[in-house]
Design a protein around this ligand. Structure first.
Ligand code: SF4
Ligand code: SF4
Length: 474
């Protein structure tokens, strides 16, 4: 935690000793909350629609880790493309780090599925059934009346239903929509693993959103723990302007509001800052912290405290932004934000990685070929002064169209004899075959001759693979 220089000691914690303090965040209204709601709806629509939409007959998104087949925007990636997935992952991680160094934990508050589901779905259900923070607190403290039983049953039933929907969507991302449909509609006895997985996921999501909640962000999530390493005094975070806000306290009614900000506190006739210590920023915080205590690891940058404080500033006639997006340096020095050398370094690495990824995606072949000499075999002498080697070939057609294929060997006098003929590479499939390559013995001058095999479709060379040919040395 980086404390503000003028702020008093911390006053609010989310735990009491070792006992967890259950949070009842107050309902918040404001421009940031409206924008977050809009972002959340777009995110939720994309998340739930993702596995059910298709492009070119392929699912828009599929992360089939069981068959190691991935679809991004309808393009299929095979295990052979693993290096692309690895580089893509690396770009993503660097992007997240860079973004965090510059903008703090915006991802957590605005895009992270944990926050989006908790604050925009489960919390809304809770508020709809149980009411605002005080009503929820009173309900939890009250004895088990009919009303309490009814409200709790309704809330947790809806929680379970939403968790079940999320679990189904989650599984659809892994096994695909058709397989999911089969699990749901077919005889349950045929899909015990699928049904158990759905129930298991449902249980995990239910536990996370009904009970674990903000602990995921404050304690479990490794990204949250990285904050102390990634953030520095130039990072733009949700922060309280203690220069302007302190000393905090209730204000006496006065007509001349210019006695506050921007006059320095020492010159002000009433030596009070703009913070009226209403604690609304604390009451709306979903992780239960007091942003006035400085930058804290528990802050998920949800901006709810900004909305709450802006509302108060409007009411007392002070400028908005006592809690705002700014860097700690910006707050203390009042200097405009600038890119640091660390940020520039991260940006350069990110651009480089994106360039490499773009090039690899652009130059990715439609066909992937693996050619191996049959293990344990040397060469065979054949009629007509020929020598043969046996090869195993695997073709992965990464496109969504079946391609007719032929093979040719780029070596003088070489011929190819199929054992398991391959005439086509079916769309999105792996095809296996076997063939002999035959060379005239007199053209062999090394014990291991280098050859190139070309895979041709309708006159176009789709792929080339290098191999070696074993033979007697002349
Ligand atoms: S909402 Fe604003 S005025 Fe109220 S306690 Fe928080 S910082 Fe101070
Ligand atoms: S301190 Fe503000 S931005 Fe941070 S989690 Fe709490 S309400 Fe959200």
């Amino acid at each position: 935690m980086t404390p503000h220089l003028n702020a008093p000691a911390p006053s609010v914690t989310t735990t009491t000793g070792n006992k967890r303090q259950w949070l009842y965040p107050r309902v918040v209204k404001g421009r940031y909350y409206r924008w977050r709601t809009g972002v959340a709806w777009v995110f939720l629509a994309m998340l739930f629609a993702g596995p059910f939409l298709s492009y070119n007959g392929q699912p828009l998104f599929l992360f089939n880790i069981l068959e190691r087949k991935f679809n991004f925007f309808g393009v299929t990636f095979w295990p052979q493309d693993f290096y692309l997935v690895a580089i893509g992952l690396l770009v993503f991680i660097v992007f997240v780090i860079l973004f965090t160094v510059i903008y703090g934990r915006v991802f957590c508050g605005w895009i992270c599925p944990q926050t989006v589901f908790l604050e925009m779905v489960f919390r809304k259900i809770e508020i709809w059934i149980e009411g605002d923070h005080n009503a929820r607190r009173r309900l939890d403290a009250s004895p088990w009346t009919t009303e309490k039983i009814w409200k709790k049953s309704a809330k947790y039933s809806l929680f379970f239903l939403v968790s079940f929907l999320i679990a189904n969507t989650f599984l659809a991302y892994i096994i695909g929509k058709d397989a999911l449909l089969a699990v749901i509609t077919d005889n349950p006895a045929n899909h015990l693993v699928g049904l158990t997985t759905i129930l298991l996921f449902t249980g995990v999501f239910y536990a996370v959103f009904a009970y674990v909640r903000e602990i995921v962000c404050t304690t479990i999530c490794p990204y949250g723990r990285l904050q102390s390493v990634l953030l520095d005094k130039q990072s733009v975070i949700v922060t309280y302007d203690d220069v302007r806000g302190e000393p905090r306290g209730k204000k006496e009614r006065q007509t001349d509001t210019s006695t506050f900000y921007p006059l320095p506190i020492a010159q002000s006739p009433t030596p009070k800052g703009d913070c009226i210590d209403c604690k609304l920023c604390v009451q709306v915080c979903p992780t239960g912290i007091d942003i006035r205590n400085g930058s804290q690891m528990e802050c998920v940058s949800c901006t709810q405290c900004m909305d709450a404080c802006d509302d108060i500033m409007d009411k007392i006639g002070r400028p908005r932004g006592l809690i705002r997006h700014d860097s700690l340096d910006g707050i203390q020095t009042r200097k405009p934000w600038r890119l640091t050398n660390r940020m520039k370094g991260y940006s350069a690495v990110l651009l480089l990685l994106m360039g490499v990824l773009g090039f690899l995606l652009w130059s990715r072949s439609d066909l992937d070929t693996t050619l191996l000499r049959a293990p344990g075999q040397l060469y065979q002498r054949e009629k007509g002064g020929l020598v043969s080697n046996l090869y195993l070939i695997e073709l992965v057609n990464k496109t969504h169209q079946t391609k007719p294929v032929t093979f040719r060997v780029d070596y003088p006098g070489a011929t190819l004899r199929m054992v398991q003929p391959i005439t086509k590479a079916p769309a999105d499939e792996l095809t296996k075959g076997m063939f002999f390559i035959l060379l005239p013995e007199k053209s062999i001058h090394e014990s291991s001759t280098k050859l190139t095999v070309e895979i041709v479709s309708e006159g176009v060379v789709l792929d080339q693979v290098k191999t070696t040919f074993l033979g007697p040395v002349n």
